[in-house]
Design a protein. Structure first.
Ligand SMILES: [Zn+2]
Length: 264
C-alpha cells in the first residue's frame, strides 16, 4: 500500500472569497502543496509547489503574476528537496513527477529534478505547448519554469489506455494506471485548467484522492460552494468545474479522503 506525505512549499495570499463564495475579502494564505507518494514501485512526486525559480522567472511580462498572488517562499523552510531529504528521498530517486496542471504554483520546482521523468495530461500539454507572453500569463503559466529537456522527459498519462476504476471510487469510472502495482491512478478533474488532473492513491486506510485545484477549500466540495465568480476569469470552464465539484461531493460522501493543493 502507498503512503502519502504532504509538504507545504511556500504560499501566496488572496482574498478568502476566491476560494469559497461569501468568505469575505480578508486576505488568507493559500499554501502550495506537493505530495510524496511512496509506492511499492518507488517514490513519486505530485506537483512541486513554488521554488526560488518562481521569483526569478515571474518578471518582465510575467511580473503581474506576483502582484495578483503575492508569494511567500522561505529559502530553507519551504524548500521541497530539503523536506524530501528528511524522508531519505533524493531527487534522483523519484520515479516520476506527476503534474496536475501547469499553473506556476504547481510546477515551479520542475528544474530541480534533472533527469526525472514527468507525466501530465495530453490536454494540458497541448494547451501549453507554444504558449508564450500574455497568452501564457493569462493561463498562469511561465514557460521558463520548464526544464530545457522537458519534451524528452514528459509523457502523457493517456499514453496507456484508460481502465475501469474500482467501484469504491464511484462516481469516477475510468482512470489511467501510473505505477506497476496499481496503487496510483490518474483521473481527469476538468474545469480548473485545461487537462487538470487528479490521482487516486491506495493507502492502508483506503483510497484517497489528490484533487489539486478542483477546489481551493474543503467547504467547496462539502457544501457545494464554488469560488468567487471572478475566479472563472482564470479558470478554464465553469460548467466543467461544477461537474467535477459535484463528483468530489459524492466521493467525500462515500468516505474517500480528498487532498487539495491549497487547503490550510
Ligand atoms: Zn491552478
Amino acid at each position: 500500500m502507498a503512503e502519502i506525505h504532504a509538504f507545504k512549499v511556500g504560499y501566496c495570499t488572496h482574498p478568502a472569497c476566491m476560494a469559497v463564495k461569501g468568505a469575505g475579502l480578508r486576505p488568507r494564505p493559500f499554501p502550495s502543496r506537493a505530495y510524496l507518494l511512496m509506492t511499492q514501485s518507488g517514490p513519486y512526486l505530485w506537483d512541486t509547489g513554488y521554488s526560488e525559480h518562481f521569483s526569478e522567472e515571474a518578471r518582465g511580462i510575467y511580473t503581474p503574476y506576483r502582484w495578483v498572488t503575492p508569494v511567500h517562499y522561505q529559502h530553507d523552510a519551504d524548500c521541497l528537496e530539503t523536506q524530501l531529504a528528511r524522508f531519505g528521498v533524493w531527487p534522483r530517486d523519484i520515479r516520476a513527477i506527476l503534474i496536475s496542471h501547469f499553473h506556476a504554483d504547481h510546477v515551479s520546482g520542475l528544474r530541480d529534478y534533472p533527469g526525472v521523468p514527468m507525466m501530465a495530461s495530453r490536454f494540458a500539454l497541448d494547451a501549453i505547448r507554444k504558449l508564450q507572453g500574455l497568452a501564457a500569463l493569462r493561463r498562469a503559466f511561465i514557460p521558463a519554469l520548464l526544464p530545457k529537456d522537458f519534451e524528452e522527459r514528459i509523457q502523457a498519462f493517456e499514453s496507456t489506455p484508460a481502465r475501469d476504476l474500482p467501484a469504491a471510487l464511484h462516481p469516477f469510472k475510468q482512470g489511467w494506471p501510473i505505477d506497476a502495482g496499481g496503487e496510483l491512478w490518474a483521473v481527469a478533474l476538468p474545469g480548473h485548467a485545461e487537462g487538470h488532473m487528479g490521482a487516486f492513491v491506495q493507502t492502508e486506510s483506503g483510497w484517497q484522492l489528490l484533487a489539486a485545484d478542483a477546489a481551493w477549500a474543503p467547504e467547496a466540495y462539502r457544501e457545494l460552494r464554488g469560488p468567487a465568480e471572478l475566479s472563472f476569469l482564470i479558470q478554464h470552464s465553469r460548467k466543467e468545474y461544477y461537474k467535477t465539484l459535484a463528483k468530489l461531493h459524492a466521493l467525500d460522501g462515500n468516505g474517500i479522503k480528498i487532498h487539495l493543493s491549497h487547503e490550510m
